[in-house]
Design a protein around this ligand. Structure first.
Ligand code: GTP
Length: 518
């Protein structure tokens, strides 16, 4: 039987993120690397034929590799066209090719089949982001997950066959599995089973850069791990008998093996310590934020679904060199940039972490630092990928999380991005469902001028009326009133410039400090 069950997700029909080599904005002049789907394809084929042989065991320019494999390897590794160069594939490069081979398993419960498929497609993109090759997928219609094995017994048997046929070493389930469900399914399929939560935690572990981000992710991983200690150990020992992968596999990165071996008590101690550390780091973040708001500078938070184009938009609006990656969660720690409105007022823009369906509860805390940017903002730019198959689903997921963190009362401006890719029908539909939305393309620049104007209009205007004489030595303040405030009257007197103006609180205080008696 073919692995293809009724609904199949393969590397070709999934919107696969590209390899890290495809990152835009790094100034690389190298030829673009093969899309990950091609890479997965090449690796799968080679591994299927050569098993676990290392580069030393393979006769690279002999007849062990067929033409298609050579071509694929050349594209993947950027190798030269001669067979002798193929022999120079280093151990590291070879290992990089040895991606974790994953089959997905999803359930279609109460939602529509489109939603179930969108969720599975997203799971595929998440798995690719984590560094795996997605080989296949099965989707089962069931009102609820099977309490013992997640999928029902018939579908679990199908999955076992798919795993065997594709040579997969990991099954990723689209949901959060109880420890016993995971063990039950592992017993049937005979390979490691992980769930969506473990996958997302793994990606976060790979992407956290700041000390606080790392501590938060480790805490979330330990929280997830604690009730699963027994099952985890079993799957780790099973894995140990398998192939040697480059680094740890998905779902097992982060806390590291030594930590995994810790008993519950030690894990709890570690968690308490992490919580303390995070708490200690919070005031620093608070100070940074209040320093910005105390300057009276209006702030805009860019929020939205993962891969919607938030970082691209931030770059477009500020000219900043923020990493733009066709992978999920490229942004974990908030990035803040200063910029100006078209009428010259200063503002700050903050990029935030991408949202995702079914955000693991363990991660809500880890989201907090970046979402605090949203809470404290004057305006949220809610970026939507208008070319996605289910943009409305993304909008709903983002709004749900915003509500969870108490950021719903911040004014929202919906930005329909990727207009260059979206169909006119979709754009029209979204416009009617999301009144006031601005249509843009961060790639082509379409709509960005309009967006800038609307942002400027929606940001709070200066509010304090002042009537001051500013000494001529403080010409800088007079200029700022012209830029950031609204000048109602200006005259030059012997003592200085007399200004009647409407300005922000901070500038008003500075003018008060510098004034000479009127
Ligand atoms: N065609 C097209 N692609 C775009 C546009 N905006 C962004 N992209 C691409 O979409 C991908 C994701 O863009 P990012 O800006 O990294 O998205 P993000 O929302 O910051 O992603 P996360 O970090 O996952 O939250 C990149 O490959 C971008 O080049 C657009 O307007 N049109």
């Amino acid at each position: 039987m073919t692995p293809a069950t009724q609904t199949v997700v393969t590397t070709t029909d999934v919107a696969a993120p590209a390899t890290p080599d495809d990152v835009v904005g790094r100034g690389s002049t190298a030829a673009p690397a093969a899309p990950r789907a091609d890479r997965a394809d090449a690796v799968t084929r080679i591994l299927a034929r050569h098993g676990d042989a290392g580069p030393a065991d393979l006769d690279w320019d002999g007849d062990q590799l067929d033409l298609a494999e050579r071509q694929a390897l050349r594209r993947v590794g950027g190798l030269g066209s001669h067979s002798s160069e193929l022999r120079d594939v280093t151990e590291v490069e070879y290992r990089q090719l040895r991606l974790e081979r994953v089959v997905l398993a999803g359930l279609w419960t109460s939602a529509s089949v489109e939603e179930a498929e969108a969720s599975l497609r997203e799971l595929a993109a998440l798995a690719e982001t984590a560094g795996s090759a997605v080989l296949d997928g099965v989707l089962q219609r069931r009102p609820t997950p099977d309490p013992a094995t997640f999928l029902g017994s018939g579908k679990a048997a199908d999955l076992k066959e798919v795993v065997a046929t594709t040579g997969a070493d990991t099954v990723v389930c689209d949901g959060e599995l109880s420890p016993s469900q995971r063990r039950g399914l592992e017993d049937i399929v005979g390979v490691k089973v992980i769930d969506r939560t473990a996958l997302i935690l793994d990606i976060f572990a790979q992407h956290a850069k700041s000390k606080e981000g790392k501590a938060q992710v480790e805490l979330a991983q330990l929280e997830y791990l604690l009730p699963r200690l027994r099952g985890w150990g079993e799957s780790m020992s099973r894995q140990a008998g398998g192939r040697v992968a480059a680094g740890a596999g998905i779902g097992s990165r982060g806390p590291g093996e030594t930590k995994i071996e810790l008993d519950r008590r030690r894990i709890r101690t570690r968690m308490a310590r992490l919580r303390r550390q995070i708490k200690e780091m919070a005031p620093a973040r608070e100070t940074k934020r209040s320093r910005r708001t105390a300057g009276g500078v209006p702030s805009v938070a860019i929020a939205g679904y993962t891969n919607a184009g938030k970082s691209s938009l931030l770059n477009r609006l500020t000219g900043a060199g923020v990493l733009v990656e066709d992978a999920l969660f490229a942004t974990l720690d908030p990035t803040v940039r200063r910029s100006r409105t078209p009428d010259g007022r200063e503002m700050v823009l903050a990029d935030t972490v991408g949202f995702v369906r079914h955000l693991p509860t363990q991660l809500v805390e880890a989201f907090r630092s970046t979402l605090e940017e949203v809470q404290g903002a004057d305006l949220v730019l809610h970026v939507v990928d208008a070319s996605d198959v289910d943009p409305e689903g993304q909008v709903a997921a983002v709004r749900e999380v915003l509500a969870d963190v108490g950021a719903l009362d911040v004014p929202e401006l919906v930005v329909l991005n990727k207009a260059d890719l979206a169909t006119p029908e979709t754009v029209a539909r979204l416009r009617s469902r999301l009144p006031g939305a601005v249509v843009v393309s961060a790639r082509t620049g379409e709509g960005l001028e309009e967006l800038r104007e609307i942002v400027a209009e929606r940001l709070p205007r200066p509010q304090v009326d002042v009537d001051v004489v500013v000494p001529y030595t403080r010409g800088d303040l007079v200029s700022r009133v012209h830029v950031d405030g609204e000048v109602l009257e200006e005259e030059h007197t012997a003592e200085g410039t007399r200004l009647r103006a409407r300005v922000g609180e901070h500038l008003a205080a500075q003018l008060e400090g510098a004034r000479t008696a009127v």
